[in-house]
Design a protein around this ligand. Structure first.
Ligand code: ZN
Length: 242
């Protein structure tokens, strides 16, 4: 597909304009830094694109402010007393320094992280991240196993890794699914929704009407679950990305 793209500036705002064979112009603001991307019909004049962006300037700024806010909120130092989430519940972090194997466990309202004395912020973050990944690896197989026969699809493989902009993704060609380790912080229903969503991409690549119909049929509450998931965009979770 021949697409033309250019970086332009509208009232001081960098805007990435991509020309595509589409009917309507679409403006998107993307995390983590609030990058603005405009998909514009090939025949639309540069002025018309500019006017459309100016009209949406207020909305764009609000989206960008929200991403900045999220970035600030998600900044953690991994020290005792901080709030951290596991399966949708809040826990207080308790850092225990000990000459023992690093580990994490739930102890009442505490998420207890054991690390060696003097472990850096990065090291503590890595230990916790590894624990989230392991937790997710423990409950995803049951979800995948339960939903594959219901939807009549089968994956070749699934993996967990940390992702900045997606909760999950699917490569229909290799039939491999990826899940964001951050999902361990959300209620289990969120992981279930993403398992169903990604499995459905093996049948329908895009979020088109048949895709939505299957989602509604199998998981009628998916919209409220998606709201709980927050703002990471789920619009283009299948590969290739562009
Ligand atoms: Zn999707």
């Amino acid at each position: 597909m021949s697409t033309e793209s250019a970086l332009e500036t509208v009232r001081g705002l960098p805007v990435h304009v991509v020309r595509k064979p589409i009917k309507n112009l679409h403006v998107g603001v993307y995390p983590p830094d609030g990058r603005v991307r405009v998909a514009a019909p090939e025949g639309l004049s540069a002025d018309a694109v500019r006017v459309a962006v100016v009209r949406k300037l207020g909305w764009i700024r609000r989206q960008q402010a929200r991403f900045r806010e999220q970035a600030r909120e998600s900044r953690r130092d991994f020290v005792s007393g901080e709030t951290h989430y596991y399966l949708g519940r809040r826990y207080l972090l308790r850092v225990v320094e000990a000459p023992a194997r690093p580990r994490v466990r739930i102890a009442g309202r505490y998420l207890e992280l054991t690390c060696r004395s003097g472990a850096t912020r990065e090291k503590r973050a890595e230990i916790l991240e590894g624990w989230y990944r392991e937790q997710l690896k423990q409950f995803i197989p049951a979800l995948v196993a339960a939903w594959q026969p219901k939807l009549g699809v089968e994956v070749a493989d699934w993996r967990v890794r940390r992702m900045k902009t997606k909760w999950a993704s699917c490569n229909p060609a290799t039939r491999r699914l990826w899940f964001n380790s951050e999902l361990a912080k959300k209620p289990k229903s969120a992981a279930e929704y993403l398992v169903v969503h990604e499995l459905l991409h093996l049948l329908h690549r895009r979020h088109d009407a048949p895709f939505m119909a299957l989602l509604d049929e199998h998981l009628p509450k998916w919209r409220s679950i998606r709201i709980q998931l927050g703002q990471l965009p789920l619009t283009r979770d299948w590969w290739p990305e562009d």
